[in-house]
Design a protein around this ligand. Structure first.
Ligand code: NAP
Length: 262
């Protein structure tokens, strides 16, 4: 089922936690370690922990770990310049780094938070895509997976910045797919609903009580659920693309349509 992934080079951004870490893990499991991973994020120690754990379980896996802050667009080139030669031909890019900050309403939003969210979710993702796509175009193959969100489709009060950043991702991704129909490059957007990760803790700036309320009484998705979908999409026959998919927990039907057990 996953033969097409064997020997590929996969770059995962934001692999230090949540969906990114789970995606890296699922790629290794699906290929029994016959894969090369490039893991990027700001917290290198977390990436190293993940890499060490995976190498113990799957000794054949090759993993390169590098510090990457996608919001510093002018420095992204340095990350690629440091890649060892055997990792330079990227087959799969998972643009996963992303975040929401706060839930303030328009008029009260901290301008620094607005800039950070757009720099990370939109400008960083575009910069990563532009760089990796150059090589994919030369080789006429590759998969680009964008971590969208149901918030990019359906908005909610208090989510103006996060929702619009994910809507921008969706439009960017859709237009790029139209530009690439004459190639063998696949453009994939995966849009999850509530998934239990560090996302809420980051959104509420370390306020663990507030973050835990997000998941109270809800059977949320686990990062592995999203990771399995990503790996499935990337392992299809090269002439089939799962262009867009929404994945939510069974008790969710939209950002605010969420059944909570009392
Ligand atoms: P998470 O647990 O907070 O993980 C986010 C990852 O992004 C971390 O590895 C973090 O690593 C990385 N990151 C943050 N800022 C970065 C930067 N400037 N440069 C590089 N990496 C950065 O959240 P998650 O839920 O797994 O989120 C992953 C993606 O899924 C995001 O794009 C998010 O918008 C999307 N998503 C999440 C949910 C949800 O409910 N959890 C729902 C829909 C979509 P460092 O801090 O080490 O840099």
């Amino acid at each position: 089922m996953f033969e097409t992934l064997l020997g590929k080079t996969v770059l995962v951004t934001g692999a230090s936690a949540g969906i990114g870490a789970a995606t890296a893990t699922e790629f290794v499991k699906a290929t029994n370690g016959n894969i090369k991973l490039i893991l990027g994020a700001r917290r290198v120690s977390k990436l190293e922990e993940l890499a060490d754990g995976l190498k113990k379980l799957y000794p054949s896996v090759q993993i390169y770990v590098g510090q990457l802050d996608v919001s510093e667009v002018s420095k992204i080139d340095q990350f690629f310049a440091q890649l060892p030669a055997q990792y330079s031909e990227i087959d799969v890019l998972i643009n996963n780094s992303g975040k929401a900050l706060g839930q303030e309403k328009v008029g009260d939003i901290d301008p620094t938070d607005i800039a950070t969210v757009f720099d990370t979710n939109v400008l960083g993702l575009i910069a990563m895509t532009q760089i990796v796509l150059k090589g994919m175009k030369k080789r006429n193959r590759g998969d680009i997976v964008q971590l969208g969100s149901i918030a990019g489709r359906w908005t909610y009060a208090g989510g103006s910045i996060y929702c619009s950043s994910k809507a921008a991702l969706k439009s960017f991704t859709e237009a790029m797919r139209k530009e690439l129909t004459s190639t063998k490059i696949r453009v994939i957007e995966v849009a999850p609903g509530n998934t239990k990760t560090e996302f809420a803790l980051v959104r509420f700036k370390g306020d663990a009580d507030r973050a835990s309320q997000v998941y109270e009484g809800v059977d949320t998705l686990l990062p592995q659920d999203v990771a399995e979908l990503i790996v499935f999409a990337c392992s299809r026959r090269e002439t089939a693309v799962i262009a867009e998919s929404i994945i939510m927990s069974t008790n969710q039907a939209g950002p605010q349509d969420l059944y909570r057990k009392q």
